[in-house]
Write a protein that binds this ligand. Structure first.
Ligand code: ADP
Length: 618
């Protein structure tokens, strides 16, 4: 909420105050970045105007697009001016007075846990506020393209800001930010031309608009504007001419991330649909995980003109972590954003990018496994969504997944291909749950372990969907350790024999639990444990039930089968007690224990307690 205090004064949203505090304190060691952030904002604002002007020429002011920097040593100020789109009063309040992004609270909480918060701040994109690292006061004069009224926004970065109207900002459109530098030697250097030049060269060289520095020729009493950046769109250069530093700086400019990417991919697609793509895989998912609405897509340029960063225009949702841009010469410049979505060339680019990204990841996995592991830990979960949404690339995605198994060390992972290569079983055995630790000693694995069968641990909630409804990999079906029959040994007739021998016991058991389970039967799934609950092959697992419940969703009802261990001594004992109250107590207790084993809650805790106490008293 924005609160107006008096006249033209406004209070910063509480969260802005906190973020400001964090920015100033944690980014202090790299003060230079304030200029990068302001220049980036200016460049974005010019791109926006240029795009709008494609359909409305009246918005354009005089003169060529540019970013103009002036220093006033006497007044201790730096001024950065652009002739971009500018801001209206609403823009000022919404963009600079509030953090108009959801997830702010999560962000602040996360940042408190982390000592080095610089990275996180970058991902959050608090660019404008970074001016307060070096400035004690900010004055922003602006006029939105196409509007008559100029505005002046001022703040000292503590609690409040002020907005006033101005009839004379001195320009037709754009923004002009004046920073009053803080007192102290460490800030004096920003009054030096060479310092400004070197920061611009380092961080903003590739910005496509000229960034100019003002100087005065004393003799001729003339103002000179020196262009500081080469303006060469990085992606149009030859790969061999671009240094790692340049690539990384460009990434930071694009993504507002403060850390280098894990990996990049720069290529030209040739043939009927030519385009250049420069793609980056970030180190961490950062805020994107929380902020659905703040998600930005790949940037689309048409012949070096920025068009849009519409999410999902160029990449499917499950690859939304990829940052970067695509520049195509073959798309019409005057096409609207809506029409772009239906453009077959855009669809073809999207298809090409998905394929390329997946094969690049495969390559990364093969050649730089450590990098791949880092990537996978952050984005594996997101990528898994593709198994169900991108049918054409399903196998490729499956091939990229990594899992721990009953035969890997904790932390060590295996791909499904590895599993298939080293196991001759007809099926890929898996068990789902919330963590390896909780699954490792699961009774559901007893017989599988005894037979030395490798079982894949699937511990992401989304894994349930990866393996659901007839999923297979390389023609091997996935087989859950907690669902359906497990027939490991054709010669083992123990369960069958017991079914005959203990017919009455089974009947009585079924009768006792008829409201709770769909069947009671003997099986060979268990070795040590007396009983467990098993879902039907096509029903949802207990783990899936928990996922639904945690998400506050209705749980599809399905009764499970109670499987008894045919070799367990308790079976014979119960049979001997058949038709007594005690046998009934046992049956109820066995059911409750089976619930606990599958990770579910006991339905009637008091009854369970009473039964256990009764037994102990004997
Ligand atoms: P971000 O750039 O990550 O969105 P900022 O805090 O740097 O975050 O900027 C917030 C918003 O303020 C921008 O998204 C933009 O809408 C607006 N803005 C900032 N600088 C300018 C500028 N020079 N001209 C026009 N709008 C601007």
């Amino acid at each position: 909420m924005v609160t107006k205090t008096s006249g033209s004064k406004y209070k910063f949203e509480a969260e802005v105050d906190q973020v400001l505090d964090l920015v100033i304190n944690s980014l202090y060691s790299n003060k230079d970045i304030f200029l990068r952030e302001l220049v980036s904002n200016s460049a974005d604002a010019i791109s926006k105007l240029r795009f709008e002007a494609l359909t409305n020429k009246n918005l354009l002011g005089d003169g060529e697009f540019g970013i103009f920097i002036s220093i006033d040593k006497e007044a201790r100020t730096i001024t950065i001016q652009d002739n971009g789109i500018g801001m209206s009063q609403d823009d000022l309040i919404n963009n600079l007075g509030t953090i108009a992004k959801s997830g702010t609270k999560e962000f602040l909480e996360k940042i408190k846990e982390q000592k080095d918060s610089a990275e996180l701040i970058g991902q959050f994109g608090v660019g404008f506020y970074s001016a307060f690292i070096v400035a004690s006061e900010l004055r922003l004069e602006t006029k939105k393209a196409g509007e008559d009224q100029g505005l002046v926004w001022t703040s000292t970065g503590t609690g409040e800001y002020e907005i006033q109207t101005s009839d004379d900002v001195g320009f037709s459109n754009g923004a002009k930010i004046t920073l009053k530098l803080k007192e102290g030697e460490e800030f004096d250097e920003y009054l030096q031309d060479y310092k400004i030049r070197s920061i611009v060269k380092k961080y903003s060289d590739f910005i496509e608009f000229p960034i100019k520095l003002e100087s005065i020729d004393e003799e001729k009493k003339e103002t000179l504007w020196e262009v500081m950046n080469s303006q060469k769109a990085l992606w149009t250069k030859n790969k061999s001419e671009i240094t790692d530093d340049e690539y990384n700086e460009f990434y930071k400019h694009l993504s507002h991330d403060f850390t280098n990417p894990i990996h990049r991919l720069h290529y030209n697609a040739e043939g009927t649909n030519e385009f250049t793509a420069l793609l980056y895989f970030p180190q961490s998912a950062g805020m994107e995980m929380f902020m659905q609405d703040a998600q930005k897509g790949l940037q689309l340029y048409i012949n070096k003109v920025f068009i849009t960063a519409e999410p999902e225009l160029l990449l499917p949702q499950y690859l939304r972590f990829v940052r970067g841009l695509v520049d195509s010469k073959d798309l019409p410049l005057n096409v609207s954003r809506e029409l772009l979505q239906q453009n077959p060339r855009v669809a073809a680019i999207k298809k090409n990018l998905s394929k390329k990204i997946l094969s690049e990841l495969e390559k990364l996995k093969k050649t730089k496994f450590d990098d791949y592991k880092k990537f996978y830990a952050e984005f594996g979960k997101i990528m898994k969504e593709g198994v169900h949404t991108d049918f054409a690339n399903k196998d490729k995605i499956m091939n990229l997944l990594m899992f721990e198994t009953t035969k890997t060390e904790a932390g060590e992972t295996l791909s499904l291909q590895d599993y298939v290569d080293r196991n001759s079983t007809d099926e890929i055995y898996y068990i789902t749950g919330d963590s390896r630790v909780n699954l490792e000693n699961s009774p559901y694995l007893e017989a599988l372990k005894a037979k030395d069968i490798e079982v894949v641990f699937m511990t992401d909630p989304i894994d349930e969907w990866v393996v659901s409804s007839g999923a297979e990999f390389k023609e091997k079906k996935f087989k859950s350790a907690t669902k359906g029959d497990i027939k490991l040994d054709q010669d083992d007739k123990e369960a069958e024999a017991k079914t005959e021998e203990y017919k009455d016991l089974l009947t009585s058991f079924k009768d006792q639990l008829k409201d709770k389970v769909s069947d009671v039967k003997f099986s060979d799934r268990l070795v040590e444990t007396v009983a467990c609950l098993v879902a039907n092959e096509n029903d949802i697992s207990a783990n899936m039930e928990r996922i639904y419940k945690n998400a506050n969703q209705a749980v599809p009802q399905s009764k499970r089968v109670l499987e008894l261990n045919s070799k367990h001594a308790l079976v014979a004992k119960m049979n001997a007690l058949l038709d007594t109250d005690e046998a009934q107590d046992y049956m109820n207790l066995i059911y409750d224990q089976a619930l606990l084993l599958e990770g579910s809650a006991i339905e009637d805790m008091q009854k369970y307690n009473a039964l256990v106490t009764k037994l102990m008293l004997k």
